[in-house]
Write a protein of this length. Structure first.
Length: 331
């Protein structure tokens, strides 16, 4: 009899655990209110943006948007493992240079956008590979000149203006006589220096950036650009600007400390400057000594959906919905 009672007790306990687990899983998948849940992963700087647009989507689709705040590249690197394990988000933001690879590796849903007319051909190429579309474009980003409004009345218009600024004693670098932090740019980084090279006629990947075998950096113009960069490293900048591993930290901190008049940077720096209380402005990068425009690379981000989502149709709807939003903040 004791064995029977013990067996019944174990059976009851097993059924109870199974029932609780099933209920827990049901609530987690559908949400406490029975609505479907769509998990959206974004960086901190995009959280307010998603908060501002999610209400209409939730109402239209009788769903709940759950926002996960995580650095974009950390999320993308984790997707191949987190996705199959059921721990990844349904949709997320992805840098354009990661979308093709993740799509071809089978980690992203391919989609058929209902409308692409609101984007240009260049934007759609960022999310398309081998004829398949793996996302919806969100932003195109490029470099700008940040300048401190408390130190400069107006943004410099030419690189000669920047050179003249190095004579201002307010920007003298105390640790190295004759050096200046008036203007700083991480030209040890090809992404940052390419605009200088391109402005002198250098290029990569041939016409329209489509030929990987055509690298136009061994040219008279490109050499001239490197020589001009060398002038800044030799005559104006502290030695630390040559250290690729620490130069960016030096540039950012110097600008936030109010010891640099202007720096070249991307939109990702704006939130740090704002948080540091810098009265900054953003302007076009000044004209080069040869009179040509600084011609930097452009990058950006698009919305993508995980191949592992349990709500593929809802995820695709979010991509379609998010593209209609025009209230992106300047980041």
């Amino acid at each position: 009899m004791a064995h029977v009672k013990k067996g019944l007790a174990l059976l009851f306990a097993s059924v109870l655990v199974f029932t609780l687990a099933a209920c827990s899983g049901s609530k987690d998948a559908a949400g406490a209110d029975g609505k479907k849940v769509l998990t959206v992963s974004v960086e901190e700087t995009y959280k307010d943006y998603v908060e501002s647009i999610k209400a209409d989507f939730e109402k239209e689709n009788n769903t709940t948007i759950k926002i996960v705040e995580k650095p974009m590249f950390d999320q993308l690197e984790a997707l191949p493992l987190d996705g199959p394990a059921g721990n990844g988000p349904d949709v997320m933001l992805a840098a354009y240079d990661r979308i093709g690879g993740l799509g071809q590796q089978g980690h992203l849903l391919d989609i058929e956008p209902s409308d692409t007319k609101s984007f240009g051909d260049k934007e759609m190429r960022q999310v398309t590979i081998a004829g398949k579309v793996y996302g919806m474009p969100l932003v195109i980003e490029t470099l700008v000149l940040y300048y401190n409004k408390d130190l400069l009345k107006a943004p410099p218009k030419t690189f000669q203006d920047l050179e003249d600024l190095t004579k201002d004693p307010r920007f003298s670098f105390s640790s190295e006589k004759g050096k200046s932090t008036a203007f700083l740019a991480k030209w040890t980084d090809f992404y940052m220096s390419y605009g200088l090279l391109a402005g002198y006629g250098g290029y990569v990947f041939g016409k329209d950036g489509t030929d990987s075998k055509d690298i136009g950096l061994n040219s008279k113009g490109a050499v001239e650009a490197v020589e001009y960069a060398g002038k800044w490293f030799k005559e104006y900048w502290p030695k630390g600007m040559q250290d690729n591993s620490s130069a960016d930290d030096f540039i950012q901190q110097t600008f936030m400390d109010g010891k640099a008049g202007a720096v070249i940077g991307g939109p990702w720096s704006a939130s740090n400057y704002k948080e540091a209380g810098v009265n900054y402005g953003a302007a076009k990068i000044p004209a080069l000594p040869n009179g040509k425009e600084y011609a930097p690379f452009a990058g950006g981000k698009g919305w993508v959906a995980s191949k592992y989502t349990k709500e593929p149709e809802l995820a695709k709807k979010w991509l379609e919905y998010a593209k209609r939003s025009k209230c992106l903040p300047f980041l």
